[in-house]
Ligand binder design. Sequence first.
Ligand code: CU
Length: 203
Amino acid sequence: MKRFIPLMVAAVPVTATVLLFAWGCGGGGGDDSGSNITGSTPTPTPTASAATPTPTPTASTATPTPTPTASIATPTPTPVPTATATPTPAPTATATPTPVPTATTIAVTNNASAPMGFSFAGPITVKSGTSVTWHNQSAGPHNVIWDGFTPNTSTSPGANIGTFSAGATSSAWVAPTVTTNTTYNYHCGIHGPTMAGVVIVTP
Ligand SMILES: [Cu+2]
């Protein structure tokens, strides 16, 4: 057992040296590890992401309120009163003038009271230009011979009318154009002056 003493004595300095050495190394790094040893949690430095900038409003967001156009401000037109419809007067019935016959027929008939047993109808009145014919409704033939006219300054009657037989119609006589009422006398050339007739022509 005695032999271990020197070893132990010799070991003490060695151990001390080791301990001193270990202590020195620990002390040397005291500055760096000191803060860690305290355990205090460091305040996190705010990251850049935390400082997200407020988005700048875009132009679209700043769309200006449209200025009212002129049309919106157009005043409602005041209705113009419509003109009161004046009723169109109903046209009065135009008096239709009695048509002037453009043709006239003079009947020639049997007449027992007449000197020659026949007679011309009439007197008749026609307007200038009227076409006049004699319709023989008697049993005998007749014709028309102009005798004279009144006033005698008026228009001449023209040519005589030839013979037209029983049942026939004479040729036409156009009433002369006159400026005053004119009376034309005639007779039947076959039966003589007692078988006479009258035509009055107006302008
Ligand atoms: Cu006659």
